[in-house]
Design a protein around this ligand. Structure first.
Ligand code: 0PR
Length: 390
């Protein structure tokens, strides 16, 4: 390495050193974690791959097909079709694009009406801006999930005037980790022939691996393609899949959905392109394939169990200090009631702890990712109680 290169790297290191590190346990509000160590070598190996022109990278393209098959396996779908893309935002926008295309095919002048839970991630807001979608959001029920008793009314009331084109359901909502009752939603959607998109960006790598002892009684965890009218699912390897960023995924029920995505790209090796992002790395494909092979269901089950055990440990510790949770954790997301969550989160930030806050309820929100251990939790509880004493 010549002197100039060394100097550049030294300079970069200075910037990088200012970043927080997952292993320090201070990042408590992130859905990402330290990527699995195997990722490093894979990133290097696939550095120049570009799935935007797949004919040049047939090996990586074939691997993408295999990863989508693996996704199908965990999502109960024998004929999945989809892509490994930049993340949950791109996946959700892609699904909204399909719903819009299907609606336009039926009636090109009609508003595109989509039922969207109040707990939906803000990526749907971006989709609305870009595609002029009309969202209808039913109230939440006491469990902080979409109250399905309103669905029929919305569908039947609005059917004449507008018609509902799609329903979004969430499997592991960003703020609380709750799961919509997708079984019930699916029954209604089937009856009215409505498309369901499930946002399992976070829950997709948790729910299939959640041990029985962590499943709440009378809670519906079903979310995948085994349910009628679930036509697309967002599931992100760069969240609980432990892949490095960028690795998101959009999976469709079958290949028939490709026609809604394809645009002509006559001069490329593949003359159609379906993903929103054109030039795109194959790194996510390779890391996801490798980690799913390496860890398998058993490996992911162990990771999820550890996160759930630590979530309950956090609840026990906070209860000792009279802090109360909003809900019993459904997934590895813990909420802490707080009259002024913004203030508390800023105080914690001054002490070096990074938590996030909920919008739908006054609470702090902790994502108990694999990089969080019990010592971190003990230290955090100390810091939190100090905020309350001040
Ligand atoms: N859908 C759900 C349910 C999500 O929670 C998220 C992101 C997305 C879609 C969008 O995914 P991408 O960010 O991959 O496009 N949820 C996290 C959040 O907004 C993302 C995040 C991750 C935030 C790490 C902070 C952080 O440090 O809370």
């Amino acid at each position: 390495m010549d002197i100039k290169e060394k100097e550049i790297l030294r300079e970069l290191k200075k910037y990088r050193e200012r970043d927080l590190k997952y292993e320090d346990g201070k990042i408590l509000g992130s859905m990402c974690s330290k990527p699995h160590p195997l990722s490093k070598k894979i990133v290097e190996m696939f550095l120049e791959s570009n799935l935007g022109d797949p004919g040049l990278f047939p090996g990586t393209k074939e691997l993408e097909g295999k990863v989508i098959k693996m996704m199908g396996n965990i999502l109960n779908n024998k004929n999945p079709f989809g892509y490994i893309i930049s993340g949950g935002t791109e996946a959700n926008i892609t699904a909204m694009r399909v719903i819009k295309k299907i609606s336009r095919k039926k009636d090109k002048d009609k508003k595109v009406n989509i039922i969207l839970p109040k707990t939906a991630h803000f990526s749907f807001e971006k989709a609305r801006d870009m595609m002029d979608l009309n969202y209808i959001s039913p109230p939440l029920n006491k469990n902080y999930i979409m109250d399905v008793k309103y669905l029929k009314d919305y569908i039947e009331d609005k059917r004449e005037k507008h018609g509902i084109d799609g329903i979004v359901a969430i499997a592991g909502c960003t703020e609380l980790g709750t799961i919509d009752n997708i079984l019930k939603i699916s029954k209604i959607a089937k009856e009215h022939k409505i498309y369901i998109h499930v946002d399992a960006a976070f829950g997709g790598f948790v729910i299939p691996f959640l041990e029985e002892r962590y499943r709440l009684e009378n809670y519906n965890y079903e979310f995948d393609f085994s349910l009628d009218n679930v036509f697309s699912i967002t599931i992100d390897p760069h969240k609980m899949g432990l892949a490095p960023i960028p690795a998101g995924s959009i999976v469709f029920k079958d290949h028939s959905f490709k026609k809604y995505l394809d645009v002509e790209a006559p001069y490329l090796t593949d003359t159609y392109q379906a993903t929103l992002i054109g030039t795109r790395t194959g790194i996510g494909v390779a890391t996801t394939w490798a980690l799913m092979k390496l860890l398998g269901s058993e490996g992911y089950r162990e990771i999820v169990s550890k996160c759930m055990e630590n979530s309950y440990y956090l609840i026990r510790r906070m209860n000792e200090y009279d802090f109360e949770e909003v809900i019993t954790p459904v997934l590895n997301i813990v909420t802490i009631k707080d009259e002024d969550p913004l203030r508390t989160s800023l105080m914690l930030r001054d002490m070096g702890w990074y938590v996030s806050i909920c919008r739908c309820v006054d609470a702090l929100r902790i994502i108990v990712m694999p990089h969080i251990n019990k010592d971190h939790i003990d230290n955090f509880i100390e810091a939190l109680s100090q905020c309350k004493r001040d």
